[in-house]
Design a protein around this ligand. Structure first.
Ligand SMILES: *[C@@H]1O[C@H](CO)[C@@H](O)[C@H](O)[C@H]1NC(C)=O
Ligand SMILES: *[C@@H]1O[C@H](CO)[C@@H](O)[C@H](O)[C@H]1NC(C)=O
Ligand SMILES: *[C@@H]1O[C@H](CO)[C@@H](O)[C@H](O)[C@H]1NC(C)=O
Ligand SMILES: *[C@@H]1O[C@H](CO)[C@@H](O)[C@H](O)[C@H]1NC(C)=O
Ligand SMILES: *[C@@H]1O[C@H](CO)[C@@H](O)[C@H](O)[C@H]1NC(C)=O
Length: 941
């Protein structure tokens, strides 16, 4: 009894111990996905891609149940099945019918044992991938096969298609897999495609533009180095590419111990170079009978530059041995380190293993050595060991050694050092075990870049919208280089909006580096973080900074340096209208558009601005008018208007204006300079709200008011002195002078701004008139000004202001009649047209000034006073005996009969004035004036 309970206890303890050991030591998790659309055959995880943000894209294949496959082939379901594992663990399924020839869905094995799959996938920048397939004019003739590529996004949308090359055919066998596509270290900079043909290497470098079209940047052929036995291609830290070739000679000349028997060369190409450079020696050995049998390469995760691991095989008569050596080299081709890797810890791979030890690098330091072999049940077994380069030793992984994986033996290392270990698939289900690879470095951060010590703001920080710089602190001294650092905002729909970008060298005003070389500070313009309660991230380009010691570019930071701005309360402002100016090129571009083009121009401008600011596009509008800026002549630049409506949601109008102005002023470092229409906005002008005329012209308004007050005082004094005088004329006089002065200013300053004032419509441009006008501009202006002097002024002379003698001009009844009628006439030939001109001006300009506004006001006032005055006189004339009439005692002898009084309210006539008026009326000069004026006004209306 006691014994059995003891036995139970031991069992229990053992069970607990084992359980806690397996769960805490191994730390294996699992990840299972059940396919949403059940299918008749098992899904197989066939290929995977990883992205900087931790997203994994799997390609799943299913055997096609409708076609019988033979032993060495597989017909698969004719769809591209992608499974996107998002960093949050959700999976989206894409099964895309690509409408490509059927032979693409046929996987075979070549006579020499290569797996041949026509369809393949390659990672591009986040959200996109490339799939490769073949087209053929005759599917039965492999000589007509052509290799194509197409972009597809994570939602299954298809983009540009590109023809790569003719299919690779060797000795009558089609080798769809003898090509490599290698991404640039900055995935947004495209990729290089390499064909490893029998006699030469064919390469093509592509980039992908903003509309997701392929652009072929350069291409060429290279010959293999003599006796090449291994090759590899990689993207280098400087955004370029390298081809590495290993050569091995079979000579075993024991006479000369220094004779080279194997060597490794690198050929490098900068991003913009049109050719690869000459081969540079990375490594050589004089060990007899050796072959460079494999080359693994990548960016060094813990050091500077690139790293490449060579697999060297030595064949002696009795056996063959494998050696591994790791080289660090710079993109210039200089080798900085050579370390032999001791394999003694690793088990001997079974003789049936399909590979030798393969090498992959681990993001947080070290390398994975792995080898695959089939077991008795034809399952794929894998040995996986981590190599710690600091300790120079191997450690086993958490899983069993060897482990059974899925048929392809897939395991995936994520950027955060998590490993996904594939498991055998089942019907409609696939799964992974997950484990965290130990961090084999004492450097630790979350930037996926071990050169970086810290940043400000840090990851997931909350910062003020007023933050005006960011800093990056490195572990080793750096200097700035020709790469960009870019700050993006992530909007509500997940789009990335570039807020500011700064080049390490070119934007030297914005970047500075501390004396110890460790900290880089990037100055920000105030618009960059101005959006409150928003998500931001910073992307450091791979060539923004480089090592001070080695002059080698440092890797960038993508998709991890994310943080937020704090929410703030912004006061709500009313609708604001503002003015933008186009650059000289922009003006030329705009003016060459037809009217639909111009409408489209505004529509596109609003669309681009709504994305850049960002703001709901409904809040943006424009009156579609343009105005020439006269201050920048002789260069021609036009103003356009932009109205921003207030809204409860989103940002206040005031801060939007401020930001937009800032972004336009710094358009070379903001997205304003990157968009097709906004790039035409003039950075020297920015975005200027229409002036608050009161603020701007406070003094002048006060001046005008003062003058009016003085006139009013004079009027009151006059009233006191002579109540019977028509003292109101003082105000009238003031107004006339005011109107006159403003008209002069209006014509001289603002008349030229609106071409519409001269030319009725663009289509109807009168060349002759334009010529006449350009020759006689001054004359025409002077006549307009003269015509605006008021005939009515004359009546002031007999208004008897304050009873002063000089305002008691004895104007004859006939003269008064003439003044009256002439002043009536001026209402029609001058005041009304003038008002109309000013209204046209007002409705066509974008920026208006104080003078036209006051001119408009004074025109309205004088027209009003004129009309009221005329009406008053007309009413007066119907009533016998007016006050004024009674006041004209001295001139009663000249009094006209009441019937005639309708012509004028005043009785006196000055002979001289009468004559003057006659002269004016009859003189040729006056007629000329009148005709010039009317023709001028005819034209401008
Ligand atoms: C197989 O054939 C059946 C019947 O014709 C069809 O419904 C099914 O879609 C086919 N499956 C594939 C993978 O083509
Ligand atoms: C996970 O992320 C994807 C892509 O970002 C998103 O569409 C999905 O809604 C997220 N799922 C959850 C549960 O958060
Ligand atoms: C082509 O095939 C022939 C016969 O099978 C073989 O002798 C020859 O080496 C092959 N050539 C190449 C380049 O594979
Ligand atoms: C290539 O190999 C052959 C024979 O193994 C040898 O004679 C020749 O010198 C080698 N060429 C080079 C460039 O090493
Ligand atoms: C190299 O190989 C040749 C023939 O395969 C053999 O005769 C010679 O002994 C080998 N040399 C060494 C150092 O193993």
């Amino acid at each position: 009894m006691i014994q059995s309970s003891l036995y139970l206890m031991v069992l229990l303890i053992a069970w607990i111990t084992i359980f806690s050991l397996t769960s805490s030591v191994s730390g294996l998790g699992s990840f299972t996905h059940n396919e949403m659309n059940p299918f008749e055959t098992k899904p197989r995880i066939w290929k995977y891609l990883t992205y900087f943000d931790g997203t994994v894209v799997l390609r799943i294949i299913n055997r096609n149940p409708n076609i019988t496959s033979l032993d060495n082939e597989a017909w698969i379901r004719p769809v591209l099945s992608l499974r996107i594992i998002h960093p949050n663990g959700t999976v989206s399924e894409i099964d895309k019918d690509l409408e490509i020839p059927e032979f693409n869905w046929h996987i075979t094995i070549s006579p020499d044992g290569y797996l041949l799959d026509p369809v393949n996938i390659y990672a591009l920048q986040k959200g996109f991938l490339l799939f490769r397939y073949f087209n053929a004019s005759n599917p039965d003739d492999i000589n007509t096969y052509e290799e194509w590529g197409r972009i597809i996004d994570w939602n299954g949308n298809l983009y540009d298609n590109v023809y790569f090359s003719k299919a690779n055919i060797e000795n009558g066998t089609w080798y769809p897999t003898k090509t490599s596509i290698v991404n640039n270290v900055n995935p947004e900079k495209g990729f290089i495609k390499i064909y490893w043909r029998v006699d030469y290497v064919e390469w093509q470098q592509y980039t992908i533009d903003d509309a997701f079209n392929f652009i072929k940047l350069s291409y060429g052929n290279l010959s293999y180095l003599e006796n090449t036995t291994a090759f590899n291609v990689m993207g280098t830290v400087d955004d370029g590419y390298s081809i590495i070739m290993g050569i091995s000679t079979s000579s075993d000349n024991d006479e000369d111990p220094l004779e080279t028997s194997a060597a490794v060369y690198v050929l490098t190409k900068g991003y913009d170079d049109k050719q690869f450079g000459a081969p540079k020696l990375l490594y050589q050995s004089n060990l007899a009978n050796i072959t460079i049998s494999n080359i693994f390469s990548g960016i060094s995760s813990t050091g500077i530059g690139q790293v490449c691991t060579l697999n060297i095989t030595q064949n002696t008569v009795t056996s063959s041995r494998n050696y591994y050596v790791k080289l660090n080299f710079l993109s210039s081709g200089s080798v900085t380190e050579i370390i032999p890797i001791p394999l003694s810890y690793l088990p001997v791979l079974p003789s049936n293993s399909t590979t030798r030890w393969l090498v992959a690098s681990i993001p947080y330091g070290g390398y994975v050595f792995y080898g695959r072999f089939p077991d008795a049940n034809n399952n794929t077994n894998v040995y996986v060991y981590y190599f710690d380069e600091y300790e120079n030793k191997f450690t086993a992984w958490d899983s069993r050694e060897p482990s059974v994986l899925n048929l392809r033996g897939i395991f995936i290392i994520l950027p955060n050092n998590t490993m996904l270990i594939s498991q055998m698939e089942d019907f409609n289900m696939w799964s992974f075990l997950t484990t965290d690879i130990p961090k084999l470095t004492n450097l630790d951060n979350n930037y996926s870049n071990l050169q970086i010590n810290s940043t400000s703001p840090s990851i997931n920080d909350n910062i003020s919208t007023l933050t005006n710089n960011i800093t990056i602190t490195y572990y080793e001294p750096v200097e700035l280089s020709d790469g960009n650092i870019s700050i993006y905002q992530i909007d509500n729909s997940g789009n990335n909006i570039i807020r500011q970008f700064v080049n390490g060298i070119k934007s030297s005003d914005f970047c500075s580096i501390s004396d110890d070389g460790l900290t880089v500070t990037v100055k920000l313009i105030k618009s960059t973080f101005s959006n409150p309660n928003s998500k931001f991230y910073v992307k450091i380009g791979s060539n923004f900074a480089r090592s001070r010691a080695y002059k080698e570019s440092l890797m960038g930071v993508y998709d991890v340096w994310k943080f937020n701005t704090n929410p703030i309360e912004e006061p709500l402002a009313g609708k604001v209208s503002g003015v933008l100016r186009l650059t000289i090129e922009g003006t030329e571009y705009f003016e060459n558009l037809n009217s639909t083009g111009k409408n489209q121009f505004f529509a596109n401008l609003h669309l681009e601005l709504s994305k850049i600011i960002p703001i709901n596009i409904k809040r943006l509008s424009s009156n579609g008018k343009t105005q020439v800026d006269t201050t920048v002549s002789p260069s021609r630049q036009i103003f356009i208007s932009l109205n921003i409506e207030p809204s409860n949601e989103g940002r206040s109008v005031a801060s939007i204006i401020d930001n937009l102005n800032e972004m336009i002023k710094y358009k070379s470092i903001t997205s304003i300079g990157l968009n097709p229409i906004t790039k035409y906005l003039d950075e020297n002008f920015g975005f200027t709200p229409k002036q608050d005329l009161w603020d701007e012209y406070k003094c002048r308004f006060l001046g005008v008011l003062l003058i009016l007050a003085i006139l009013l005082v004079l009027f009151l004094i006059a009233e006191k002195m002579q109540r019977k005088g028509r003292n109101i004329a003082i105000l009238h006089l003031g107004l006339i002078i005011f109107d006159f002065v403003l008209d002069v200013l209006f014509v001289s300053k603002n008349g030229k701004v609106i071409e519409l004032l001269y030319i009725p419509s663009h289509e109807n441009k009168s060349k002759d008139f334009l010529y006449w006008f350009s020759q006689n501009e001054k004359l025409a202006s002077v006549f307009t000004v003269l015509s605006s002097a008021d005939i009515e002024a004359l009546s002031i002379l007999h208004s008897n202001i304050a009873g002063l003698k000089c305002f008691q001009a004895p104007i004859s009844t006939k003269g008064k009649n003439r003044i009256f009628w002439a002043s009536c006439l001026t209402v029609f030939v001058e005041d009304i047209p003038q008002l109309i001109i000013q209204l046209i001006y007002y409705y066509n300009v974008i920026t208006y000034d104080i003078i036209p506004l006051l001119a408009l006001v004074s025109s309205c006032l004088s027209l009003l006073i004129n009309i009221i005055g005329k009406l008053f006189q007309a009413i007066n004339s119907c009533r016998p005996g007016t006050l004024e009439y009674d006041g004209q005692d001295d001139f009663q002898k000249l009094q006209t009969p009441t019937t005639e009084r309708s012509s004028a309210s005043d009785e006196s006539i000055s002979h001289s004035i009468d004559i003057k008026e006659e002269n004016e009326k009859n003189s040729d000069k006056n007629n000329l004036t009148g005709s010039s004026k009317s023709s001028f006004q005819e034209v401008i209306l």
